[in-house]
Design a protein around this ligand. Structure first.
Ligand code: SF4
Length: 83
């Protein structure tokens, strides 16, 4: 099986910026920033079973984001469509 290569710093900065932009845009429209605990748990479960998940630091090797943070922002999206 091919091993994931972490995204470059530039790609991670872009992904983080997009995630923050989406979250703030969603917050402006809905007034909701954070996901409820049921949604966070669902997302974490998907990540834990995913081959792109790096468990030791709770990081996604597709987007480079830390899942403890990203799963809590309601407008976040999995880069491969799992949530
Ligand atoms: S965000 Fe998506 S691709 Fe990344 S670890 Fe979670 S389920 Fe896998």
């Amino acid at each position: 099986m091919e091993e994931d290569k972490k995204p470059s710093v530039k790609e991670m900065a872009f992904n983080l910026t997009e995630s923050i932009k989406n979250s703030l845009s969603n917050f402006a429209k809905t007034g909701v920033l954070l996901a409820d605990s049921t949604l966070v748990e669902y997302r974490i479960d998907q990540c834990v079973g995913c081959p792109h998940f790096q468990a030791e630091n709770s990081r996604c090797l597709k987007c480079g984001c830390y899942m403890n943070m990203k799963t809590r922002l309601v407008a976040s999206k999995c880069p491969v469509g799992k949530w």
